[in-house]
Design a binder for this molecule. Structure first.
Ligand SMILES: *[C@@H]1O[C@H](CO)[C@@H](O)[C@H](O)[C@H]1NC(C)=O
Ligand SMILES: *[C@@H]1O[C@H](CO)[C@@H](O)[C@H](O)[C@H]1NC(C)=O
Length: 991
């Protein structure tokens, strides 16, 4: 067996690194019990499998004697022979079969309990506190001290005659019964320091004050640690146990642990079947296990089983303590090093110095541990249980490399910021806006507009382009050339035949269940299809009114408008990418080919090509109903590349902010790139942070490219964006009056204001509300019962005008800064307990206020609802400064520049207070009153953005601009649905 020591050692180290990294982003915790059963079964199988390879001859293995000679054995035997006490600690006393059975059963029960505890903790992981797992090695060290070292001391004689003081000291330290305990304590102290100072910032996912989980989960975590200790203890005892004749062979001992794992898996499976059989959802789920879940669990199972095997061999070879120390050290170093490497920015605020100190202590302790252990064994004359007979230089070298790597990290880390990121973002935004202006209306004539169109989109403009141009210029449109968003939305549809597009439109609008309104254009007249729900008629009529303005230039066609807030069409990346490719190739070919001139008129007889809608004949719907269900992996992320984090990894720890997800769009704690922020592909954590993904209210969607026009969409959806009728009809109107005037900015109240409903998604009793963006912001701003997580502020330091991040408790933030953010009336879209829980958490619910009341405040918050927020345009038109956090994007997204026209916020909310602080300024004491801070308000910057946004809205977001956008969009759509679309095009006649 000794030959197995080195492979097992290397396997354990590598396996621990792999498990640590795999577990961080596994899908396994989506179904903790299912995954645990799989893992237990897999590990049990592997252990039993291995046991068949092990020597079965008890005598031979016994003669080898290596694994018997654990520290425990050394004391146990003589002690037992003198006084055969039935002391339960005395595990090496020849165990009776009965004792083994008890151990076996105990292990099975403990494993089952551990799984249940794990499940409870994972379900409310946002309430978890720092882990107690580091106690495990301490527990074993203490146990070792108690059972072995304390007694051993008496038996060792002081017979060194070494001259060197250093040697003597070293030897006496090594021989001290505390040496082991002390080095393990040093390692654990170091690891604790490192993990605590590198912990990810707490996320804004709500750990509700009114629910018991705040105290329950940390208790369960502790219970979990105790169970872990007990489980390892049982495994150890089963492995070490000998039968009455002391020759219980290794294979049998291994197998017994394996059977314990299998029995636990079976028991859980049995309980699971009885429990789940009553639940519909789970039955369906088990039949349609998602692929990503399956592979993720399989991967985890394999690495866990492998690591466990190595660990068991190691326990046999070098004892339980060395194994736990090794595992703990490896996994913490992996976590800390990866975290320090990824997060080497001033934000999130880490104390790299403390982490470095911790790592250094841990390395020191780790080296001392093995050094002493080696010496110890050398003296004792039995070196079998030491990992090393002589500590190899490769070991010291590895530790040295780790140490120098950390020295480098520490030396290059920088916690100070030279300038406020917002200063820079505002400056950059101006530049960006000017760049936009420079290219958005470069054309001054129709001929130039056509040329620019061709340059941008690689084809001729659609027929009727001259009418559009006239329409736009007559209304002084600022935007003439830049309609990239139309191109983005429509491009892929060129891969679908016109005939097919018409059929798909009909399929969608002919069935009322789809919640899609049909609108027909015939000879310049707009009619709304009769089969629309009365509650949504206003919308279709608003659309008809808007289209009516320019319908006389449009070809005959039918259009399908999404009546729900949620977007609909999510084509998988694997399907949509080739489609886009085809289109680009086609355009290249056509451009070369079309020398003979294009047809400048839509085909005749288009009206007859659209199938009529008959009210009582409904085709089967191509849409799938997923309202009230978790939708991220089924519909949210399928548009992302298959290897992107959104599809391959799961940020299951909703209690921590995913810093890797935040960096690409951030400058410090602040949102720097609105476009990148919309891209969910690098943001797997959004799965739990928005109502659309957690539990949408009315979500009927498809994976096929159906032509559906929607008012807003999240990234990855293929709906066609159009200007919302809500805004066109001014359902929420900027209309200050005498009672509610829109005063100059400086005279307004300095508060950030929001009123609204919990309408983002439906929380039907499974606590989904705790992740929804609206709820999270409300929770953050009100800090109910002190339950909001601490948040960062960027504050000036005393010297040199530099700034640094401080993480402050929310109670201090709510004192220092002003926000008035409340739910109106009652809790909407909830069922079961969730209504009461929310009402309790968000109390007091306030009476609704007049919409015009908003203008009394300097800062207005805008948050997504179930779709886009209908208030943003009026907010922009006002003299107040809008703050916006959103997942959804609308038709105007290219035109409006964040930080130039409004203040963008990350949907996670971690930069919320820091951004508010920049504009409001603050003056007060922090850190429990021990430190005075003062930051000037950036009132001028705020006013400038508010003013610029207002002017810009009057320029490019007028009702006329909506018509112009829509007109151009529908001309394009007219061409797309024309059988001769490849020949169509508008050209300026020469001469
Ligand atoms: C505007 O664009 C033109 C080319 O289209 C370029 O030559 C010019 O430098 C740009 N101006 C600014 C201010 O970016
Ligand atoms: C945001 O990032 C994209 C892609 O990296 C880039 O093209 C764009 O210019 C950036 N926008 C701003 C405002 O910096």
């Amino acid at each position: 067996m000794d030959r197995a020591k080195w492979p097992a050692f290397i396997g354990l180290v590598l396996g621990t690194v792999a498990v640590t990294n795999t577990a961080k982003s596994t899908f396994a915790f989506d179904k903790t019990v299912h995954s645990s059963i799989a893992t237990l079964a897999c590990s049990g199988g592997a252990i039993i499998g291995l046991s068949r390879w092990l020597p079965r001859d008890g005598n031979r293995t016994h003669k080898g004697g290596q694994y018997e000679a654990v520290p425990l054995a050394e004391v146990g035997q003589p002690h037992a022979s003198r006084d055969p006490s039935p002391n339960p600690e005395d595990v090496t006393y020849p165990s009776s079969l009965r004792k083994l059975r008890i151990l076996f059963l105990l292990l099975v029960v403990l494993l089952c309990m551990r799984v249940e505890v794990l499940r409870e903790v994972i379900r409310n992981v946002q309430c978890s506190k720092a882990s107690w797992e580091l106690v495990v090695p301490i527990a074993f060290a203490a146990w070792d001290y108690w059972t072995v070292q304390r007694k051993k001391r008496r038996s060792t004689s002081d017979d060194d005659l070494d001259s060197s003081v250093y040697d003597a000291l070293e030897r006496s330290m090594a021989r001290s019964p505390f040496s082991c305990l002390a080095t393990v304590a040093l390692i654990v102290l170091g690891c604790t320091l490192a993990t605590n100072s590198l912990a990810s910032p707490t996320s804004t996912f709500i750990c509700a004050a009114g629910l018991p989980f705040r105290w329950l989960i940390p208790q369960l975590q502790r219970l979990g640690t105790v169970l872990d200790i007990a489980i390892v203890f049982c495994i150890h005892n089963l492995l070490k146990a000998q039968d009455a004749r002391g020759s219980r062979n290794v294979a049998l001992r291994f197998a017994s642990v394996g059977y314990a794992f299998l029995s636990a898996a079976t028991l859980l499976l049995f309980i699971g079947i009885v429990y789940y059989i009553v639940q519909d959802n789970d039955r369906i789920w088990i039949l349609t296990i998602p692929r990503h879940y399956f592979w993720s669990v399989l991967q985890l199972d394999l690495v866990v089983a492998f690591t466990l095997l190595c660990a068991m061999v190691m326990i046999l070879q070098v004892g339980i303590m060395t194994t736990t120390v090794l595992t703990t050290f490896t996994s913490i170093m992996t976590l800390a090093t990866v975290s320090a490497w990824v997060n080497s920015h001033p934000f999130p605020p880490h104390s790299t110095g403390t982490a470095f100190l911790g790592v250094s202590l841990a390395i020191l302790g780790f080296m001392a541990y093995f050094h002493f252990e080696t010496m110890h064994q050398g003296n004792g004359g039995n070196n079998a249980t030491a990992l090393f007979r002589r500590v190899p230089s490769a070991f010291y070298l590895t530790m040295l490399v780790l140490f120098f790597f950390w020295t480098g990290l520490w030396a290059t880390s920088n916690s100070k910021v030279n300038y406020h990121p917002i200063d820079m973002l505002i400056f950059e935004a101006q530049r960006y806006h000017h760049m936009y202006l420079n290219q958005t209306a470069a054309s001054t004539s129709l001929a130039e507009a056509v040329r620019n169109y061709q340059g941008r989109y690689g084809q001729l403009p659609p027929p009727g382009f001259h009418d559009w141009y006239l329409y736009a210029t007559e209304r002084n449109s600022t935007v003439i050339d830049d309609f990239d968003s139309i191109n983005r939305d429509l491009e892929a549809f060129y891969a679908v035949e016109p005939q097919q597009l018409r059929i798909r439109t009909w399929e969608i609008i002919a069935n009322q269940w789809n919640d899609v309104a049909g609108i027909s254009i015939r000879s310049g007249q707009v009619t709304v299809a009769p089969n629309i729900m009365p509650t949504h008629r206003w919308m279709a009529e608003g659309l008809a009114e808007m289209i009516g303005k320019f319908a006389k230039w449009l070809p005959d066609m039918d259009l399908a408008f999404n009546l729900n807030d949620e977007c609909r069409v999510s084509v998988p990346y694997e399907d949509i990418t080739p489609m886009r490719q085809i289109v680009q190739d086609q355009r290249l070919r056509h451009q070369e080919k079309r020398e003979g001139g294009a047809r400048s008129k839509f085909s005749d007889g288009r009206a007859a090509q659209w199938e009529p809608i008959v009210e009582d004949e409904a085709p089967t719907s191509p849409l799938e109903e997923i309202s009230w269900q978790y939708s991220f992996h089924r519909f949210g992320s399928v548009g992302c590349p298959p290897n992107s984090p959104a599809r391959t990894s799961r940020h299951w720890d909703s209690g921590s902010t995913c810093t890797e997800c935040v960096y690409p769009q951030s400058l410090g704690a602040f949102l720097s790139n609105w476009t990148v922020a919309a891209d969910i592909c690098h943001q797997p954590d959004l799965a739990d942070l928005h109502g659309l993904y957690l539990s949408p209210a009315s979500f009927k969607a498809t994976h096929e490219l159906y032509p559906i026009f929607s008012q807003s969409k999240a990234h990855g959806f293929n709906d066609i964006l159009y200007p919302s009728a809500w805004n066109y009809l001014e359902k929420a109107k900027y209309e200050p009056n005498n009672d509610h005037p829109d005063k100059p900015f400086s005279e307004k109240d300095d508060t950030l204001f929001w009123r609204g409903a919990t309408s983002e998604g439906v929380s039907q009793g499974r606590g989904q509300w705790r992740g929804m963006a609206r709820q999270r912001f409300i929770h953050l701003a009100n800090n109910v019962n002190n339950s909001a997580p601490p948040q960062p502020l960027l504050l000036p330091t005393e010297k040199g005008g530099k700034l640094s991040y401080w993480t402050l408790p929310s109670s201090e933030l709510t004192n220092l800064l002003k926000a008035d953010i409340h739910v109106v009336d009652s809790i909407a879209r909830c069922a079961g307990h969730d209504c009461d829980h929310q009402a309790h958490e968000f109390a007091p619910l306030v009476p609704p206020s007049d919409f015009q009341h908003h203008w009394s405040y300097k800062f207005l918050l805008d948050l997504d609802g179930a779709g886009f927020s209908g208030r943003f345009l009026p907010f922009l038109q006002s003299r107040s400064l809008p703050f916006k956090a959103a997942l959804f994007r609308e038709w105007w997204d290219d035109r409006v520049t964040p930080w130039a026209h409004f203040v963008p916020l990350d949907i996670r909310g971690h930069g919320f207070w820091a951004t508010v602080a920049y504009f409001q300024g603050l003056d007060g004491k922090i850190a429990g009153g021990s430190m005075e801070v003062k930051m000037d308000a950036h009132g001028q910057a705020a006013e400038r953005i508010a003013e610029q946004g207002r002017e810009w809205a009057e320029q490019v977001l007028r009702k006329e601009d909506m018509e112009i956008y829509f007109f151009r969009l529908l001309l394009e759509w007219g061409r797309l649905t024309d059988d001769r679309r490849d020949e169509l095009g508008f050209e300026v006649k020469k001469g």
